[in-house]
Write a protein that binds this ligand. Structure first.
Ligand code: IVH
Length: 640
């Protein structure tokens, strides 16, 4: 009887670990959550009846520990070293490291290049996993490198970390690696925290560190953590491979997660290539990194190189420009966007982040400012990743000066008026944004609409930059976009910082911009909710501006006759649905498009633009023909 139970328990554990691996390790589950829960519950029930059969590597042991008073200290069998950081973020950083290694090894200029293992520098927290006879016995944080904290209970809840290693029976095998949180998991966690009225985390690293150092393992279990293995600690009874890369291969074979973005390269040249390659894909990674790590691949050579103080001579971290920095908020401004949206913007002490100097960072909307509780005078974390607009991710409350502004109140700050045209501002029920109600009467909205029209991906009017648009609107030379095409070189030459030559050039550029494509033109009009992809889809679906405008009219006419049961009204309603047949166009976007093209002023502007000579090649709508659709606007869906 007990034998049968023991067999069933073993079988359940095996199945559960298999599904854990598919789910956490490969992101490719083969059973539903409910089926998984059923297996898990059966295991828990059997173990409850037979507590003598519970083992440390049972998946049931991942959850269910009691909250701790504090973490017990753990002395590391082998100290956890830190890593020297190469502050030179250019190629020079890799060259300097390779030169140092060669010097230490007394390699002459003719000696062959050194082989390195190159990998990512994960931005989480270091952890030491101690496996005894293949079973996870203890997990400890790095601490000061000599003594860390016992966080075994919490680490057991990390689904990606195997409780038992495949094919390992060594007395001791310590695996070192990084606990981190993926971006998507971080966003979801913060959403959950927000919904529950709990505090949110400023970045994935803080979320990961906070979760591992959570005294209640039930809470830690609900935090979505991930893990990558990157090195060895103490080892007894396991034959260590000859190279670092082979150690990582062995880890992967044991069922430990090892990051696939790694390479074995030769010499400084190989390091540089790796550094560039990762930089190019940094923004597409599912998690944060703050650089790459180079390690001498040959473990015997590592031993020869040894270390200085707590840093090995055989490894270096080669950083990228930081994507987050601390700075101080000087002021909170409110900017008026193209559609009248009022956006709070933090004016910052200039700070170098993500490769550029940042002085402004978006705060998105009023709720965001309040949620983050950003005040003038606060020290904040500013983030700029890739080409994204810099944003304030959080406040360092512990650095808040005693004298700060009160809580943010957009309406009060603006006295209920648009900062540009002093019209009333409004915030609709269920909307996050306050808006200026004046529409194109508001010069700020007009300016933004013109800047959008001229932008590279819209009408691409070379030389018509933001400053110039501001000047043109302020000098009342341009009120609406069609006025651009009436500008003369003489008028332009009279503007500040404009010579006759640049005036001529701009007139030329305006002339050239007239030859465009329908998708670009539609995008340039700045119809709310119509971005590049939607503009391209609309152009492709309707084939001509006339057909699109007709569909917009039909849409509005059908709305007016919504409850009319006559045949002609029904026919019109059917026609009206054409707008929504376009990829990505739902009722909301359809309504915006219809409203735009039925508004008399907009129709007049469109008419005047056409009269000014704006034209585009006809779009061929024959099946599968993609001619005359520029690659930038390649169809979202094939033409069928
Ligand atoms: S190796 C001897 N490899 O960086 C070097 N560390 O200062 C020991 N880290 O907090 C570490 N990614 O957690 C190594 N691929 C990687 C790493 C990495 C991130 C962290 C590590 C530690 C710090 C080292």
């Amino acid at each position: 009887m007990t034998k049968d139970v023991a067999r069933r328990i073993a079988d359940l554990r095996k199945q559960i670990e298999h599904h854990n691996h598919l789910y956490y390790g490969l992101d490719a589950p083969e059973i539903t959550d409910a089926e998984y829960d059923q297996l898990f519950r059966e295991l828990q029930d059997l173990e409850a009846e037979h507590p003598d059969l519970i083992t440390a590597d049972s998946p049931s042991q991942r959850v269910g520990g009691k909250p701790l008073e504090r973490f017990a200290p753990v002395r590391h069998a082998v100290p956890m070293l830190s890593i020297r950081t190469e502050t030179d973020t250019t190629e020079g950083g890799a060259v300097a490291f390779d030169a140092r290694v060669r010097r230490e090894l007394a390699l002459g200029p003719d000696a062959p290049p050194v082989e390195y293992a190159a990998e990512l520098k994960f931005d989480g927290l270091a952890i030491n996993l101690r496996y005894e006879h293949g079973i996870l016995a203890q997990a400890a944080t790095r601490g000061d490198g000599s003594v860390g904290e016992d966080v075994t209970q919490n680490v057991r809840t990390v689904g990606q970390i195997p409780l038992r290693l495949n094919g390992v029976n060594a007395a001791v095998l310590e695996v070192r690696g990084e606990i981190y949180m993926k971006h998507a998991d971080f966003e979801r966690l913060n959403e959950r925290q927000r919904a529950a009225g709990d505090k949110t985390f400023v970045n994935p690293r803080n979320a990961a560190a906070g979760s591992i150092r959570q005294l209640d393992p039930a809470i830690a279990a609900r935090r979505p953590l991930s893990f990558f293995a990157y090195g060895l600690g103490a080892v007894q009874g396991w034959k260590i491979p000859e190279t670092h890369s082979a150690v990582l291969d062995a880890f992967a074979a044991m069922g430990l997660p090892v990051c696939a973005d790694r390479a074995v390269v030769r010499g400084a040249e190989g390091l540089i290539k790796f550094h560039h390659g990762i930089a190019a894909k940094r923004d597409t990674l599912a998690f944060d990194i703050d650089g790459v790590v180079y390690k001498v691949n040959d473990l015997a050579v590592q031993l020869r190189l040894g270390f200085v103080t707590r840093e090995p001579r055989w490894a270096v971290a080669h950083k990228y420009p930081a994507q987050e920095q601390l700075t101080v908020v000087r002021d909170i401004d409110i900017q008026v966007g193209r559609t009248g949206k009022l956006t709070p913007v933090a004016k910052l002490e200039p700070v170098f982040v993500g490769g550029v100097t940042v002085t402004n960072a978006t705060l998105h909307n009023e709720d965001e400012v309040r949620r983050k509780d950003v005040r003038i005078g606060d020290t904040v974390i500013v983030r700029r990743a890739g080409d994204v607009i810099p944003e304030v991710v959080g406040v360092m409350l512990e650095r808040r000066p005693t004298k700060v502004s009160g809580p943010f109140d957009l309406y009060q700050q603006l006295n209920g008026e648009c900062p540009e045209c002093h019209s009333a501002i409004a915030r609709e029920e269920g909307e996050a944004d306050w808006r200026c109600t004046a529409g194109l009467y508001c010069p700020a909205q007009r300016k933004e609409a013109i800047k959008h029209f001229a932008a590279r991906r819209a009408m691409d009017i070379e030389g018509l930059g933001d400053k110039l648009v501001d000047q043109l609107v302020e000098a009342t030379l341009v009120e609406h976009v069609d006025d651009l095409y009436k500008l003369t070189a003489e008028q332009l030459a009279q503007l500040e910082r404009m010579g006759p030559k640049s005036a001529e050039n701009l007139v030329d550029a305006l002339g050239q911009s007239k030859a465009t494509t329908l998708p670009r033109f539609l995008y340039a009009l700045g119809i709310p909710e119509v971005g590049e992809a939607t503009a391209a889809a609309l152009a492709l679906h309707f084939g001509s501006l006339e057909a699109l405008m007709q569909a917009a009219e039909d849409y509005v006419a059908a709305l007016a006759e919504q409850d009319d049961p006559t045949a002609s009204a029904r026919a019109r309603r059917l026609k009206a649905q054409r707008l929504q047949q376009v990829t990505d166009v739902g009722p909301e976007v359809a309504a915006r498009i219809a409203a735009f093209f039925t508004e008399p002023h907009n129709r007049a502007v469109v008419g005047k633009l056409i009269d000014a000579g704006i034209r585009w090649p006809a779009i061929c709508r024959a099946p599968r023909c993609r001619s005359r659709v520029t690659p930038m606007y390649s169809p979202v869906r094939s033409i069928a």
